[in-house]
Design a protein around this ligand. Structure first.
Ligand code: CMP
Length: 138
């Protein structure tokens, strides 16, 4: 079993896609063990994406991620990190496989509906960034 962090980004929430995204988790044996809706400040978004702070898109990305409410979830399952990344599709929605969340709904390389951890190390950091142990179902 493995654990990963998912974010339904401000564009996904604003466009009414929370249910659609969650439906895909449930249909693919990714068990939701924690979930909440939050509205990040710019500083909180900068902290979350600190790994990208030298990238040219950092300022725009953190503006976007603090522009509206998001839903953060912890998903449990066998190979959860890879399985969720497959469901999500690649960062660039134009280059990703048919039937993925980003291919079906993203409109932009930045406004790409969902985020997912890319390794066990980033999952640990990202889960700890949003959740404490009392918020996770055992
Ligand atoms: P995410 O999976 O949340 O990880 C980093 C985010 O930065 C990514 O999704 C996109 O929203 C954004 N991003 C990555 N590459 C670019 C890019 N070339 N231009 C703009 N935004 C990007």
């Amino acid at each position: 079993m493995e654990r990963t962090l998912s974010i339904i980004k401000p564009d996904g929430v604003a466009r009414g896609l929370i249910g659609e995204v969650i439906k895909r988790f449930e249909a693919n044996n990714l068990k939701i063990v924690a979930m909440k809706m939050i509205y990040m400040t710019k500083a909180q978004a900068q902290g979350f994406y600190a790994v990208h702070k030298e990238r040219p898109f950092f300022d725009s990305l953190t503006d976007f991620m603090s522009s509206g409410p998001i839903v953060v979830l912890i998903l449990d399952g066998e190979n959860a990190i890879a399985k969720y990344r497959e469901l999500m599709g690649a960062t660039n929605y134009k280059e990703t496989a048919e039937g993925t969340i980003r291919r079906d709904f993203a409109t932009d390389i930045e406004k790409n509906i969902v985020h997912g951890s890319d390794s066990p190390e980033s999952a640990d950091f990202e889960i700890g960034y949003f959740f404490n142990s009392f918020e996770v179902i055992c």
